[in-house]
Design a protein around this ligand. Structure first.
Ligand SMILES: O=C(O)CCC(=O)C(=O)O
Length: 267
């Protein structure tokens, strides 16, 4: 199976429309790949909070339209990163769309863990509450967005639902790049799954992006990593069958102890 991770640059000098067109061209150039993945909130920028309201789109808005066509033109499964969705009730969500090679929408995932503690996305957006997996012919994807990477229980939930390839679309800051790499490898090792983690490039809203998109195999080995924080397409061939063989040969997931008794409260 071949995947292309598009580590697109999010630059405030480029309009959202222009970046949409450029993203579509980058996707089109990946014909021959099985799966193409874009990062989190690439149309507007993950930290461009002041633009969220103005650039919010309905589910079937311009990003949906352009990405559906790009998937069909390239004939690929397209994980179109995420965009700022305005739901029918007016609430904003950090929403991921996946399209099949015919350009039909195959999955929608609303980011579950919102970043920012008491500001930014955490107060501006609603939280998704549904885990999303998607069966492709070669592997079952489990969908996650950026800050979700810090929550191992979410990934276990995805694995319990059948995920073999965990896709993380991010706008991860350079300041915490070491966490990005470490957590991507940890999620792969503990779940004996592939991790395809794509970040964005450039600097927006004063936040330098980490780039360094990374693909990790079910043994925790790094199969491919972007060279830095510039725009880059990271292409990788991987064997989805290695998830099953790794889980058979080193069956640690079978040794989980669920439902442990909580510690007694003393005194
Ligand atoms: O957890 C982090 O360090 C980064 C998370 C983040 O930037 C996001 O979710 O947008």
């Amino acid at each position: 199976m071949r995947a292309s991770l598009i580590q697109i640059a999010v630059d405030p000098d480029e309009s959202v429309n222009s970046r949409r067109g450029r993203a579509a061209s980058l996707v089109a150039a990946q014909r021959g790949a099985d799966l193409v993945v874009l990062p989190e909130l690439w149309p507007v920028g993950a930290f461009a909070y002041t633009a969220f309201e103005d650039e919010a789109e309905p589910l079937c808005g311009p990003t949906h339209e352009v990405m559906a066509k790009a998937a069909a033109d390239a004939g690929v499964w397209l994980h179109a990163g995420s965009f700022v969705e305005r739901a029918e009730d007016g609430a904003l969500y950090n929403t991921t769309l996946v399209f099949n090679p015919e350009g039909e929408r195959a999955a929608v995932y609303r980011k579950i863990h919102r970043f920012g503690f008491d500001k930014g996305e955490a107060v501006m957006m609603g939280a998704g509450d549904e885990l999303v997996t998607l069966a492709l012919p070669q592997t079952t994807l489990g969908l996650a967005t950026c800050y979700d990477l810090r929550f191992p229980e979410m990934f276990r939930g995805l694995v319990d639902a059948g995920a073999e390839t965990l896709v993380v679309a991010a706008g991860w800051p350079e300041r915490r790049r070491a966490h990005w790499t470490l957590l991507a490898q940890a999620r792969a090792v503990e779940n004996q799954a592939y991790v395809l983690a794509v970040g964005s490039a450039g600097t927006h809203a004063g936040i330098q992006q980490a780039g360094h998109s990374i693909v990790v195999d079910p043994w925790g080995e790094v199969l491919a990593e972007a060279g830095g924080a510039d725009e880059e397409v990271l292409s990788v061939e991987f064997d989805p069958g290695r998830v099953a063989t790794t889980r058979e040969q080193f069956p640690a997931l079978k040794d989980r102890r669920l439902g442990l008794v909580p510690p007694a409260v003393l005194g």
